[in-house]
Design a protein around this ligand. Structure first.
Ligand code: AMP
Ligand code: MG
Length: 415
């Protein structure tokens, strides 16, 4: 049986690392994490969005028998002539012609019909003239034309999909066509989401202006669901170590991993950091990324905890960049790398070397990339304005209008 426990020190970083480059942090996460979920068997029809636990072989070939690709007239190429007499009857999809088509004869055949004995070539009806039981061919005939070989798409026993693949609508079609009724899939990863901070309150009409509505929790729950996980709402705890400890202990029984936001920086009121380093195993990752402050990565009694920044923009970006591939791996899937596109910039910006920057961005009608007017990390509205992110590399960069920049649409983060 697979050991699905993560080691307590799995988030350790090499000593001497100060500001960790994004790529180094991603490599370290990739190396540290592994699937932590068990598997179950379910019908293919129910398995939309689930991650395959095993490779899936084709139970039968597609197509299972040679058949016609079009409506027309079929015969053996070896006996083709300008005209051929037609046999009685026809071959249709689901209504095979049981007899043999004799040499020197043709048969009416419809799309999807299994090729009768004695037929290896089909001429489309638009290239035929039929009268008095004889078919005349109006165009040159090639051997085997307009037919599909048995197994030309997938051979019986061939691997149709591999372990770790997340089933989409078209995959359900494929497996069904290949005669696969059930699959082994991983259980959904249970992702707990917890907000911390005395200033946070649930949205309500009458709230004093020194209070902040807890925006991160519904956002992170929505992301986790979108990523195929079972999102578990762990609520909100104030800056109170005992309450936080109780919450994490409870989470231990109902979650595979926890995302917290806020309190992770190591300041006076950063109780998440304090508790995790005092009673769990915590590594602060000072990642060279904007927006984002340190990530707190910890093990709480065998359960991984991702301490995301409190600031909603930073929490969002760090969830996309760090949490998404990590959750995928823990859920039995692939380490995910978002697909980006090099597109001309509709903006100018100069950045210093030393950290990766992610800008809220979207496409102009002309297909250039524009960025949100403010880079302020408190500007939550920019996340809704945007349709993606521009990723600027760690080195210095002087972006001029028209220069190619890497644009990652939110669709590349499965959202
Ligand atoms: P912290 O990391 O706890 O110092 O929080 C940084 C900033 O993010 C502060 O302005 C917090 O009020 C804000 N913040 C923390 N958690 C949330 C949340 N769940 N929703 C909205 N803002 C938050
Ligand atoms: Mg706080």
């Amino acid at each position: 049986m697979r050991d699905d426990k993560l080691a307590n020190d799995c988030f350790a970083l090499p000593p001497g690392v100060d500001w960790t480059p994004v790529d180094t942090a991603l490599e370290a996460l990739r190396a540290a994490l592994k699937p932590v979920v068990k598997t179950e068997r379910m019908t293919v029809a129910d398995a939309l969005g689930r991650c395959l636990a095993t490779d899936v072989p084709a139970a039968r070939a597609n197509p299972p028998a040679p058949n016609s690709a079009i409506d027309g007239y079929g015969f053996a190429y070896a006996s083709v002539a300008e005209t051929l007499p037609l046999v009685d009857g026809r071959a249709a999809a689901g209504g095979a012609f049981e007899g043999t088509v004799p040499t020197g004869h043709a048969i009416r055949i419809l799309t999807g019909a299994v090729l009768p004995e004695g037929v290896d070539t089909v001429v489309m009806q638009e290239e035929c003239e039929v009268s008095a039981g004889v078919v005349r061919f109006l165009a040159k005939v090639k051997p085997g034309q307009n037919t599909r070989e048995a197994g030309e798409d997938v051979k019986q026993g061939a691997t149709a999909l591999t372990a770790g693949h997340v089933l989409r609508a078209q995959d359900i079609a494929l497996l069904t066509a290949l005669g696969v009724p059930e699959v082994d899939v991983f259980n959904r990863l249970r992702v707990g989401v917890l907000s911390t901070g005395d200033e946070l309150v649930a949205p309500a009409a009458e709230v004093s202006s020194d209070r902040t509505f807890d925006a991160n929790r519904p956002m992170l729950l929505a992301l986790a669901s979108r990523w195929g996980c079972a999102a578990v709402d762990l609520g909100h705890v104030g800056d109170d170590r005992d309450a936080l400890r109780a919450c994490l202990n409870e989470a231990r029984d109902i979650c595979d991993v926890v995302l917290t936001s806020g309190g992770a920086s190591g300041g006076d009121e950063d109780h998440v950091s304090a508790l995790l380093s005092g009673e769990g195993v915590l590594t602060h990752w000072r990642i060279a990324i904007k927006p984002g402050r340190p990530l707190a990565l910890a093990m709480w009694d065998g359960m991984p905890v991702f301490g995301l920044p409190g600031n909603p923009v930073a929490a969002f970006v760090c969830a996309l960049i760090f949490a998404r591939p990590s959750l995928s791996l823990m859920a039995g899937g692939a380490w995910l790398q978002p697909q980006g596109f090099a597109l001309p910039a509709a903006f100018e910006k100069s950045k210093k070397r030393g950290r990766r920057e992610f800008l809220r961005a979207r496409l102009t009608p002309q297909g250039q990339v524009e960025v949100f007017a403010s880079e302020g990390s408190g500007r939550i509205s920019g996340l809704s304005w945007a349709d993606g992110l521009v990723e600027l590399e760690d080195g210095a960069r002087d972006v001029k209008r028209g220069d190619l920049v890497r644009y990652i649409p939110f669709g590349s983060f499965s959202m």
